[in-house]
Design a protein around this ligand. Structure first.
Ligand SMILES: Nc1ncnc2c1ncn2[C@@H]1O[C@H](COP(=O)(O)OP(=O)(O)OP(=O)(O)O)[C@@H](O)[C@H]1O
Length: 428
């Protein structure tokens, strides 16, 4: 668990030092710096802000860099310093590390904020990232495959963009890359499918708690991004002429999705379940921007809506639910991944003699917790969250929120935030 957090020069947080508990609540008026506190933890875990990708937006005005340092109760520590030019210095236990994934692995962080609505409402990018986030954490073989696939895809797209007509030499080069893409895609799909199958029952359980009236109608469906009954290189060769015209690769596992469907009758439900192993192909009208090192936090959200409609029995759940219900659905999507992290750590502990990192709890960041939720929904959310093994950070405009939170976390810490200053309320 994180016990200390220091933040320097991030937005209006000039110098903040906090002693943390398992549940931490930040209250204060608009613009006081509450979201920036969550942003600092997200930056440490993922190397990027969830609000702006350009560091100059979140580094305090006129400051050269923003720094976040955190210490854990098992003595470990991590730190990140982000400069105006987007370069980073990262440390894990005082040792410099050179890839963000080293910190991400140690500190899984889930964010639920008002803008999370995008998961249901825009294209497949953010849902794919949701699946990739958990696959990254529970299937160690996934990340290297994903990096290699991204590299090849970038090369392929660069070649396609170069010219609509390729020379023989270029065609041979492309065929070799397509073979490589197909090999990586098969493994990526395998890891994603496995992670999805482990995640789905946990989602089903949590959605029953959070949205009991709608749970029977909501169903997740994994789509690989291409027809997995064929090898990807064969499909790519078949579509080469069109890819040359459009200048990018339109199918592949960079187009995978987790559709959140509304299924009203049993026949349709069985059909969705039966189709799960045969992933659907999603044709896209927009180019895919190759994600660099961080699928767990990319900007990508340009896909066209990929609803699969079957009369009126199957459609995107987002079209049916209210905003508050959508927030609960998104919460279920994210929180249901947490037990998988605990299982993955147990496996790691059994296979290695002593692993001190198993004491690190995943972080759940809940920004503006009361937004969109009525009293009943808020109570269900807090109750479900308190049953999960995680460290919680909550922001709210209203100090009265502590009455509810204190019921589930009697030791919860309350921090008052005012113009970038953060003060812990001490109990008498
Ligand atoms: N680069 C920056 N340097 C300094 N201050 C900044 C920078 N960017 C934003 N700010 C300011 O930092 C403050 C903190 O904003 P933040 O979004 O964290 O507040 P908040 O308490 O979450 O507000 P709300 O309740 O309205 O969501 C705002 O007043 C904002 O104007």
């Amino acid at each position: 668990m994180l016990t200390q957090l220091s933040i320097h020069q991030l937005r209006n947080l000039q110098a903040v030092h906090l002693q943390l508990g398992q549940c931490n609540v930040f209250v204060g008026p608009n613009g006081s710096g509450k979201t920036s506190l969550l942003e600092s933890l997200y930056l440490l875990s993922r190397g990027k802000s969830f609000r702006h990708h350009q560091p100059k937006r979140y580094i305090s005005h006129h400051a050269p860099h923003a720094t976040v340092y955190a210490k854990f109760d098992n003595g470990r520590s991590m730190a990140i310093q982000k400069a105006q030019d987007a370069s980073s210095i990262m440390r894990l236990d005082q040792q410099t590390v050179y890839v963000q994934s080293a910190l991400t692995k140690q500190l899984p962080t889930l964010l639920i904020d008002p803008s999370s609505m995008d998961i249901l409402e825009v294209g497949s990018g953010s849902r794919r990232q949701l699946l990739d986030w958990i696959t990254f954490h529970v299937k160690p073989g996934f990340h290297p495959q994903w990096l290699s696939y991204q590299r090849l895809l970038k090369q392929r797209n660069a070649l396609l963009k170069q010219s609509p007509r390729l020379s023989n030499y270029q065609l041979q080069e492309l065929a070799a890359w397509d073979k490589g893409l197909a090999n990586h895609a098969a493994l990526i799909t395998h890891y994603r499918q496995q992670a999805f199958e482990e995640w789905q029952p946990l989602f089903n359980t949590l959605i029953q708690q959070l949205l009991p009236d709608y749970a029977p109608f909501i169903q997740l469906k994994f789509a690989a991004g291409y027809n997995t009954e064929m090898a990807l290189d064969e499909l790519l060769q078949q579509r080469l002429a069109q890819d040359c015209q459009t200048g990018y690769t339109r199918i592949g596992c960079h187009r995978a999705d987790v559709q959140v469907l509304w299924v009203e009758d049993e026949a349709a439900r069985q059909q969705v379940t039966a189709q799960q192993s045969v992933a659907s192909v999603s044709e896209d009208t927009q180019p895919y921007e190759v994600e660099q090192d961080s699928f767990y936090d990319s900007d990508e959200a340009y896909d066209s809506e990929e609803a699969t409609l079957l009369g009126n029995v199957r459609e995107q759940a987002a079209n049916v639910l209210s905003r508050g219900e959508k927030k609960l659905l998104i919460t279920a999507l994210r929180l249901s991944q947490l037990p998988l992290l605990a299982t993955a750590k147990d496996k790691a502990t059994n296979s290695k003699a002593s692993v001190s990192e198993d004491e690190i709890l995943p972080l759940v960041l809940l920004d503006d917790i009361t937004a969109e939720l009525d009293d009943r929904a808020l109570t269900i959310l807090l109750k479900s969250l308190s049953q999960l093994s995680c460290q919680v950070f909550i922001t709210s405009l209203e100090p009265q929120i502590m009455d509810k939170i204190g019921y589930y976390w009697p030791q919860a810490k309350l921090f008052h935030v005012k113009q970038g200053q953060v003060a812990e309320e001490t109990k008498n």
